[in-house]
Design a protein around this ligand. Structure first.
Ligand code: RIB
Ligand code: CA
Length: 319
């Protein structure tokens, strides 16, 4: 039974890898891409999502979402990580397709209500669209099949501050709303995504095996991998977003723990995802009666990387 998913995304080089992986996975049926600000402005996210939607062997509509956080000004875009164009400054030709006129949040709500228990929300960017959807339609929490997010860091340092990961600090208010909603949520954070690296040699091999999709991915990864090598001295890029899709394809790759998650929304700890193991009671306010969510704490690195590379190397046929 294929899993119907909506991918909320800020493409973004690793988003491009993740979306292509999803298109090439028969277990998944991508019913729409919804865009959000994050790696780039939402208009650029949308243009990039339209380019990527052409990699699918079946029609995938694109819906533009929010361009700024729920309660704050838009943070600076990390063009030093993903390039000003979000694809590593490769100047890829724009798609001739248009985004749908419906707002991303309205699309999410409509699809979840029309398909109770069948839609999985996969969030690869700041959680503004999901936060707004909960605000507009709280009933979706009990109608969604599952929410799987790339974001956060529990026992691993952050990547925007010592404690904050980019998607969470991109909209900490939305993130806390999403983490404390009564829906089944899985957090795929830096605890696992920082352990799995993709090298230039591997993206070159993907481009040789699968030129139609791999040419853009290999070119875009060049800039992204250089960032990781120059900033962190590591030989490849962390596959944050692709690993989130890998969870949906094969959850057995991961070990998870259950407990409430809260998000700090000010001061030096802003954007920190704070995880409390299930069942532990704390006198300090903010922890009582919070829902238990799932956090990925371990990953089978080699199996996960093999899955990502294999799927990116093998486009699903058009027939
Ligand atoms: O921290 C990594 C996350 O932030 C990834 O989703 C990346 O694309 C950026 O959105
Ligand atoms: Ca992303």
């Amino acid at each position: 039974m294929t899993k119907k998913i909506i991918i909320d995304t800020d493409p973004g080089v690793d988003d491009a890898l993740a979306i292509t992986l999803a298109f090439n996975s028969p277990e998944l049926d991508v019913i729409g891409l919804t865009t959000v600000f994050g790696n780039v402005a939402v208009e650029r996210s949308t243009a990039n999502a339209l380019i990527l939607s052409q990699f699918s062997s079946y029609p995938v509509p694109v819906y533009q979402g929010h361009g700024q956080p729920m309660q704050r000004n838009t943070p600076n875009y990390p063009d030093f990580v993903h390039g000003a164009d979000g694809f590593g400054n490769i100047d890829w030709p724009a798609s001739d397709k248009q985004a749908e006129s419906q707002h991303a949040v309205d699309f999410m709500i409509e699809q979840i209500r029309a398909n109770p228990g069948q839609i999985t929300l996969v969030a690869l960017g700041p959680l503004t669209n999901l936060g707004r959807a909960l605000e507009q339609a709280p009933d979706i929490a009990e109608l969604v099949e599952e929410v799987v997010i790339m974001g956060g860091a529990v026992y691993t340092p952050g990547n925007v501050s010592p404690v904050a990961e980019a998607n969470i600090i991109g909209d900490p208010d939305a993130a806390d709303k999403v983490m404390t909603a009564r829906w089944p949520l899985v957090m795929v954070g830096l605890d696992v995504t920082s352990q799995v690296l993709l090298s230039k040699e591997q993206t070159a091999a993907i481009a040789r095996a699968n030129p139609d999709q791999g040419k853009l991915l290999h070119q875009a990864c060049d800039f992204y991998i250089d960032f990781y090598r120059n900033e962190l001295g590591i030989p490849g890029c962390m596959v944050h977003d692709p690993l989130t899709l890998a969870y949906l394809i094969d959850p057995s790759l991961f070990e998870l723990m259950s407990g409430p998650i809260r998000v700090a929304n000010d001061g030096l700890a802003m954007g920190q995802t704070i995880f409390a193991t299930a069942g532990r009671h704390y006198p300090h306010p903010g922890w009582e009666n919070q829902p238990n969510q799932q956090v990925c704490l371990k990953v089978d690195k080699q199996r996960a990387l093999d899955l990502v590379i294999q799927r990116l190397s093998t486009p699903t046929s058009l027939d």
